[in-house]
Write a protein that binds this ligand. Structure first.
Ligand code: PXG
Length: 460
């Protein structure tokens, strides 16, 4: 808002003194000083030094309509003046929650017609976990307690979300996973596919679901949860054989499918939802991030007619103070209006995605880039010292990715690393000219990273 702030060094010192950052080594950051973002417009961030940075991550995969949309600010201000807060507990409701629930029911696929609002993706998945278990209790099958998810999936960092996720670093802290959560391997052909073709591997990894169901006992399994395309895990696009086989297994054993659309929802993969792109039929869909383009926190569990009819039959002892917050719902409605009326989802999928795909996939000609994957506007490249063997670097996983990310940052491009994969997920409003800048900066950063790792002998 204001350019009139303390000097960067002072802000960094205050940040280090008082601000604890998520997923960050605080002492390391304190030594280095955080990069401080002060404003943003479109796909461009400005930092406290006045540098302009191309945000190829849309914040944290969320700013789908781009930064600086005044319509969203205006609607928030209007709603705050009219009704800044009211709850949806104890038989009350309000207009923004009602209208957003109706809208979500309209745009969500299949018979997902009912919305339980939450505050974020993590707590939406906690809701989902409790809801599927309670659903089976109400159906007279309380022994259906187990939920299956995947290693290297990400479903948040609350006790439930962190347990459902398959991030070993999260599980290592604080006694996770909680009981009744079981993980199967991910469909990451590049890292784990060995000598199998991608198709064979996709099938094999999907069949792990069946093996796990049989191991646990089919009558004890409540649900399977997965992202259509793993995001935080490194933009892992599953082989084409994967989801059809998962569909077959879900149907065969009659378990519920929770599709975590926190990243893939609201246009990210070329359709409104990743479930459409991947051909899957969720019983529950987890939404957050792009639902408001990140302008204000909101999460939603969008559930099927069948689940709602069972859950609504008695009191579900669950809910958050800010569930369906009127300001967040009003912003979400306006955000969806922009996505629809300005044809942002369609433009991104028809105009930008093919253009970006061509340029992104061409990065495989870089000596350090193995595979390049992209679906809609989420993409990844795998860094490797040997493309033919899909080798990993001898340096600990993530060392080379981190160097590459640092080069990107120095070149005013936000491109993240997950281990030794580099990932992008730009605002859906990115233009072709901005795609060109993204790719040019990515190449330059890759070249500089390669130079550095060669100098340090890390390129093996
Ligand atoms: N599900 C998925 C698929 C997500 O990507 C969550 C749930 C949790 O949402 P909240 O709103 O509680 O954060 C996420 C969030 C990363 C990164 O490093 C990814 C997320 C969050 C923070 C960092 O890529 N995804």
């Amino acid at each position: 808002m204001s350019d009139n702030h303390l000097p960067t060094a002072e802000l960094q010192a205050l940040d280090a003194a008082h601000h604890m950052h998520p997923f960050t080594d605080g002492n390391e950051l304190a030594k280095k000083g955080a990069r401080i973002i002060t404003k943003a417009k479109g796909v461009w961030l400005t930092d406290s030094e006045g540098e302009e940075i191309l945000d190829a991550m849309a914040g944290l995969w969320c700013v789908n309509v781009g930064y600086g949309r005044e319509e969203l600010a205006d609607v928030a201000a209007r709603q705050m003046k009219q009704l800044p807060y009211y709850n949806t507990f104890f038989q009350t409701s309000h207009v923004p929650a009602i209208m957003l629930a109706k809208k979500l029911a309209e745009i969500a696929p299949g018979d997902l017609n009912h919305v339980f609002f939450n505050g974020s993706g993590s707590d939406s998945n906690d809701t989902n976990l409790r809801m599927v278990r309670h659903y089976w209790e109400l159906k007279g099958q309380p022994e259906r307690f187990n939920v299956i998810s995947r290693w290297n999936g990400y479903h948040g960092s609350t006790m439930g979300g962190g347990s459902l996720g398959g991030m070993k670093g999260i599980h290592a802290q604080g006694g996770l996973p909680i009981p009744g959560i079981h993980h199967i391997d991910q469909p990451d052909w590049w890292s784990e596919g060995g000598d199998l073709s991608a198709e064979e591997f996709g099938l094999k990894r999907a069949q792990e679901l069946e093996a796990k169901i049989l191991e646990l006992g089919p009558e004890t399994v409540a649900a399977f949860i997965a992202e259509p395309v793993q995001g935080a895990g490194g933009v892992i696009v599953p082989p084409e054989t994967y989801w059809p086989e998962i569909n077959r297994i879900i149907e065969k054993y009659g378990i519920l499918l929770i599709v975590d659309e926190v990243i893939t929802g609201f246009g990210r993969t070329g359709n409104w939802f990743g479930s459409e792109t991947m051909g899957i039929t969720p019983d529950i869909m987890t939404c957050a991030k792009g639902i408001t383009s990140g302008y204000i926190p909101l999460g939603a569990s969008i559930v099927s007619d069948e689940i709602a009819s069972v859950i609504n039959g008695s009191e579900f002892a669950h809910g958050y103070t800010y569930a369906g917050h009127p300001v967040a719902c009003a912003v979400a409605l306006e955000n969806i209006r922009l996505l629809e009326e300005e044809g942002i989802v369609e433009h991104a999928s028809k105009e930008i995605a093919p253009y970006l795909k061509e340029k992104w996939e061409a990065l495989v000609d870089h000596p350090m880039v193995g595979e390049a994957k992209i679906v809609g506007l989420m993409g990844s490249i795998a860094l490797t010292p040997n493309k033919a063997t899909r080798a990993k670097f001898k340096a600990p996983g993530g060392t080379v990715g981190y160097i590459c990310r640092e080069r990107c940052f120095a070149n005013n491009l936000v491109m993240r690393h997950v281990g030794d994969r580099m990932i992008i997920s730009p605002p859906l409003t990115i233009t072709k000219a901005e795609v060109d800048i993204l790719i040019e900066r990515a190449r330059k950063s890759l070249d500089e990273a390669l130079e550095r790792i060669e100098a340090e002998g890390l390129n093996v």
